[in-house]
Design a protein around this ligand. Sequence first.
Ligand code: NAD
Length: 545
Amino acid sequence: MYPSRSLPRLRTLHARSYATSRQPLSGLSQTARSRAEKLSAEWKGTSATGENTKNFIGGEFVESKTKDWIDVVDPASQTLLTRVPETTGAEFEQAVSAASEAFKSWSKSSVLTRQRFVIELQRLLREHSDAIAASIVLEQGKTYADAQGDLLRGQQVVETAMGIPTALLGDTIEVSKDMDTSSRRLPLGVCASIAPFNFPAMIPLWTIPMAIATGNTLVLKPSERDPGAAMIISELCSRAGLPAGVLNVVHGTVPTVNAICDHPQIKAISFVGGDRAGKHIYERGRQTGKRVQANLGAKNHAVVMPDANKNHAINSLLGAAFGAAGQRCMAVSVAVLVGNAQQWLPELVERAKNLKVNQGFEDGADLGPVISPAAKSRIEGLIASATEQGGKIILDGRGVEVPGYAEGNWVGPTIIEATTDMRCYKEEIFGPVLIVVPADTLDDAIDIVNANKYGNGTAIFTQSGATARKYETHVEVGQIGINVPIPVPLPMFSWSGNKASFLGDVPFYGKGGINFYTQNKTTTSLWKAEDAIGNKASVDMPTHH
Ligand code: NAD
């Protein structure tokens, strides 16, 4: 179907539909069930009652003709919600053709037309935030409040894109007498966006408004595990007046991703996800001359100084380590306790025990399930490796049970004392596991953080401006929080993860997003003032020479 090279295998096992006999709706609670039925009734492209998820090609929600379907299941109950297609080669080609055709007119549309589209999209996203959040809870598993936050962080990118006329302003200078050079930012063409499972709304919204407001057209491939939010957003794009073909959504896994990397008409790829897929996509996409920006994995350290506000530091650690079941690329996964701050560990553990693991619609849920049984067993394996390698599990979330949800992928908050040579420290766990390492001094803490290969995010908790200043200056991490646990900058800035957490040259959204999705054209023109026709009317017979 697609040109094959040595394809890396998907990191986790996907439930292909031919391998399952799951029944739609069977395991859902009453609340989840009514949400699922409402979603399925109201939105064309997605389902939570077992119908197939559609592709969105040329402005239409179309059922794939593929024979290869992937189950999307509720991670709290394994209930089948929908199936996504492994898009066929012909369907993929239709999506790229639709995007190429739409580019001809969309790239020429006025910047005010594009601005009006993002303004309307923002209004509709607000109006339908409930549906998007419900879809996220069902498919991804995070709590309803957290799902609203997922969408809100994406909406902030849409809001920033409303400033597109100003953001696209070019430069002009008179380079010599009567000669001007001016620059314009022009779109690239058809772009592609490949998203991970953990932020089903936010990450598609990192790229949709930026790519489209700059005049490009887009082929989006959401995560095959939770496509619903992207499908609702696509429908809202249509309702906001986006012409057919400007946004297209294709589903699938490695073959669809490789088709994106190889297609000559696709000019740029935005990828967010794990290291393995990201490196592959970066290398394969670059081979065909594409721009690629790839946000990858992370291991984020929070340094807790003994002079910190203890209550704030502990609460921040808990929220940042265990919120979203640790499935955030900016989750705090390592706490470096400096000096006397090590004495706060028992209190940290006690408060972590109070967090409630539950299905995302349930009252009081602090964290939901992890995404899949495979993710659960990988996380549990990494927890087990800590004991094998001499670490100490001081809070063990394995085996946690949630009444009414016997089949869920549950892992409770877990805290492990470890050293930096252990697997549980070195590998990204992407689950509710906090590794605690001690340090004697601030300098030791900085050395620990800088020796780590990743550079996505870090935080320091201290009451000293000087300590914070030193940390900020010396730490080699792209996104730093000072008494702020998850320092994701708002989108007037760009995402700034670095080291092994990023591949490419130009980051997501903010000024970086504008630069990524545009190329400059400069024009130098000479209009000699002396050639101007005098402003005095001529009464002579025109002779046209
Ligand atoms: P993933 O890499 O498994 O999947 C991401 C996307 O790549 C999906 O659309 C998937 O279909 C595709 N894919 C997966 N394996 C592939 C392969 N071998 N070849 C080609 N395509 C492939 O990531 P995930 O599990 O969905 O998300 C979790 C990861 O994403 C974590 O590592 C997390 O740190 C990272 N992440 C990073 C950021 C960031 O901004 N740095 C943000 C969110 C998530």
